[in-house]
Design a binder for this molecule. Sequence first.
Ligand SMILES: C[S@@+](CC[C@H](N)C(=O)[O-])C[C@H]1O[C@@H](n2cnc3c(N)ncnc32)[C@H](O)[C@@H]1O
Length: 264
Amino acid sequence: MSGFSAAWLALREPHDLRARNRDVLEAVVTAFASQISLNVADIGCGTGSTHRAVSPHLPPGQRWRLYDNDLSLLARVASRADVVTVPLDLSHDLEGALDGAVDLVATSALLDLVSAEWLERFATEIAARGLPVYAALSYDGRVELDPADSLDDKVVAAVNAHQRTDKGFGAALGPLAAQTAIERFEQLGYVVVQGPSDWVFRPSDREIQTETLTGWAAAAREIGKLPLGELAGWLKRRSDWIAAGRSTIRVGHVDFFARPIGKR
Ligand SMILES: C[S@@+](CC[C@H](N)C(=O)[O-])C[C@H]1O[C@@H](n2cnc3c(N)ncnc32)[C@H](O)[C@@H]1O
């Protein structure tokens, strides 16, 4: 178990799909437009949402290998001839996902979980193999809540502090991950196309708003700097606004496509 339930991944998938940055995805599509066969390694695949989002845009002749350490999520990946699932702990065996026939490394909502050390290993191992990377939906710490509440800033600060705690790779980069990765790939001689992929939850998106805010309250409680009663009051006020159809939430994410100069 990774702590990411299949139900949560299913709830966020349509919002992720809508949020993906069009220009970044277009850069990926253009890079592989003339390729007759394409091997994609999707790391931290969950139930396969990256494959579902990206494969319709790429040419036929794709073969995907989907890597995750959560067996219950991998078991939910739809069986297809062109998709192979591989149980693998990326914190130890990253190289196992990069070796062999790989034309593109793809990932979604993973990089904000990893540590600076792991990201450095990821970038150097990828650069050593001259591989392009499409990394979507890394949380970047920006949050806009409407209506505003006087406790919002403190809760978001606690959430962002929680994002920096260990998620299995050492102290996580959290909101810093995407920018750190982009800068590192540029240093390694990559061309990077990047853009925002924010979630925008409308008043009618009640379920995901409720799940997101409940998760944030739990994260803030774990950080332990806010009195429990204040946190409960904040969640109640925000839940009432959701129920009344008055709540909108923007959650900042970043997508990027990094490819080695002179390749593709
Ligand atoms: C936020 S979910 C994203 C899943 C999927 N990419 C998506 O966008 O729906 C993060 C994924 O990373 C996986 N993960 C976390 N730590 C991992 C590790 N050490 N090795 C392999 N996968 C890991 C989790 O199991 C989970 O499926």
